[in-house]
Design a protein around this ligand. Structure first.
Ligand SMILES: Nc1ncnc2c1ncn2[C@@H]1O[C@H](COP(=O)(O)OP(=O)(O)OP(=O)(O)O)[C@@H](O)[C@H]1O
Length: 464
């Protein structure tokens, strides 16, 4: 078994792309199969090496290592389509020789006129095959004149393409609904239908798991592979991931990239756990954080849904919280270091990071806590929901001035008559300016008695 991810390097990958990679990698992991990466960079205008580097980095960050493809190589390279031109030539020639492809000299304007006429007649847009009727002399003449041309595949008439999609079930397409389609563009570059199908066959891909946006391409690709006598893989088309407006995430529309999520501090485990449940459900243990092997073990194409999967930030944050809480002290410190380490005294950093791990979802919260704890911030105007006992803040300041630790501080505060919420809410507010947050004794330790004293004096002044 061999699965693959075949992105076009035309932007940073988003969750729709990354979930495709994940599902293919999970299928690979599950059965000890090969997961292959192929770069579909035939669109020279939109492709950029910068995006190739970025997507490799993003996949590695997610833990989705490929066993065949760029960098690791393998027996079926090159793995960049831009380097496979000679291979494609051989197959164009095979189709031309068999009379299954022909040059098309129609200009974009002619094609546009054809489409408009079809639309007016209420017909679906498709190429009417006019260039297939050119005589060899006419073809030679046009070539001699230097008229640019594409190559089109001659779609057989009156047939049906039937295949079993592993997610969507049996699919049938009438060939009469498919016009002869372009396999080589006028600039000589391979068209998607062609290079994508040929490469899957030549690279030994057995399972093509991809987004539903490719479903209608599949009958074309099956026709091509059959015409060339190449093996046809199994297909599985996943429902699309849509954004809040209901339209599919896409690079073209600037959907939030994996890179952006990483920069915001999302963890790879959060993303993989969330994505594995986007349009796919686990039979058991649906809400436990799993590593990639566990995600793979329970993964079944038959558990993929057919309705569009809506991207839900709250769900992603749920998995982020799970992933954060599962971090070791060391991993938590590493995770937060680029965001908050410079705001925390060095000797307090490990304790601070561990405390944050148990209390936050994203690093920007740690930044806020670091500022609250280690910078002499003024007390924010927060409405306390309890009445403060007379002399409360003064008593705290007094105790701290005499060297009280946290326990002694609370004893001194209790002596003013405050207890329960009436004790802890103003105490928390005096120390942090907040009504909620991490455990107070730990915050007190981190901040130190000197700073706590300063804050109690500040609170006493504010309350006066
Ligand atoms: N919103 C989406 N939901 C699910 N899968 C998607 C989505 N967008 C793309 N994919 C899948 O990601 C894989 C790689 O696609 P591709 O590199 O063409 O990305 P793209 O985002 O569709 O790019 P573009 O915006 O250029 O069309 C394909 O299998 C495609 O079906």
């Amino acid at each position: 078994m061999k699965t693959r991810f075949a992105p076009s390097p035309t932007g940073y990958i988003h969750m729709g792309n990354a979930r495709t990679a994940l599902f293919n990698a999970l299928m690979g992991h599950k059965r000890g199969a090969t997961f292959l990466l192929r770069i579909e960079d035939t669109d020279t205008e939109r492709s950029d090496m910068q995006y190739v580097d970025a997507l490799k980095e993003d996949l590695k960050w997610l833990g989705l290592d490929w066993q065949e493809g760029p960098d690791v190589e393998g027996p079926n390279g090159p793995y960049f389509q831009s380097q496979r031109g000679d291979i494609y030539e051989k197959y164009y020639q095979q189709l031309l020789d068999a009379g299954l492809a022909y040059p098309c000299f129609c200009t974009p304007t002619e094609l546009e006129v054809m489409r408009k006429a079809q639309a007016q007649a209420g017909q679906p847009p498709r190429y009417d095959g006019r260039c297939s009727r050119l005589t060899p002399e006419q073809v030679a003449q046009k070539k001699a004149e230097g008229i640019p041309y594409t190559l089109r595949f001659k779609v057989p008439k009156g047939e049906e393409v039937v295949f079993m999609d592993a997610i969507k079930g049996r699919q049938r397409f009438k060939t009469d609904d498919i016009g002869d389609f372009i396999i080589r563009k006028a600039d000589g570059a391979a068209a998607f239908f062609f290079s994508n199908a040929i490469d899957d066959a030549l690279m030994g891909v057995t399972h093509v798991i991809r987004g539903e946006d490719h479903l209608t391409n599949t009958p074309r690709q099956i026709l091509l592979l059959e015409a060339l006598g190449l093996p046809v893989p199994e297909y599985a088309h996943m429902s699309m991931i849509v954004g809040p407006d209901g339209s599919p995430l896409s690079k073209r529309h600037g959907s939030r990239s994996i890179r952006q999520l990483r920069e915001e501090g999302f963890l790879p485990q959060a993303l993989t756990n969330y994505m594995a449940r986007l349009g796919h459900t686990y039979k058991d243990a649906d809400n436990t954080l799993m590593d990639l092997q566990q995600l793979a073990d329970g993964f079944e194409l038959s558990q993929c849904g057919t309705a569009p999967a809506r991207y839900d930030e709250n769900q992603l944050r749920f998995w982020q919280k799970e992933a954060v809480q599962a971090l070791s002290d060391e991993a938590a410190a590493q995770w937060l270091a680029p965001f908050a380490q410079d705001k925390v005294p060095a000797e307090k950093w490990p304790a601070f990071a561990a405390l944050m791990r148990d209390n936050i979802t994203l690093p920007d919260e740690a930044v806020a806590w670091a500022e609250r704890l280690f910078e002499p911030v003024p007390l924010p105007q927060t409405e306390l929901s309890v009445e403060v006992a007379p002399g409360f803040f003064e008593a705290g300041a007094e105790a701290l001035a005499q060297g009280a630790d946290f326990k002694q501080l609370t004893e001194a505060l209790k002596a003013t008559g405050a207890k329960g919420k009436q004790l802890f809410q103003p105490l928390r507010w005096a120390l942090t300016g907040q009504l909620h947050g991490p455990e107070l004794p730990v915050l007190f330790e981190l901040m130190g008695r000197e700073e706590a004293l300063r804050r109690f004096r500040q609170a006493a002044e504010a309350a006066a």
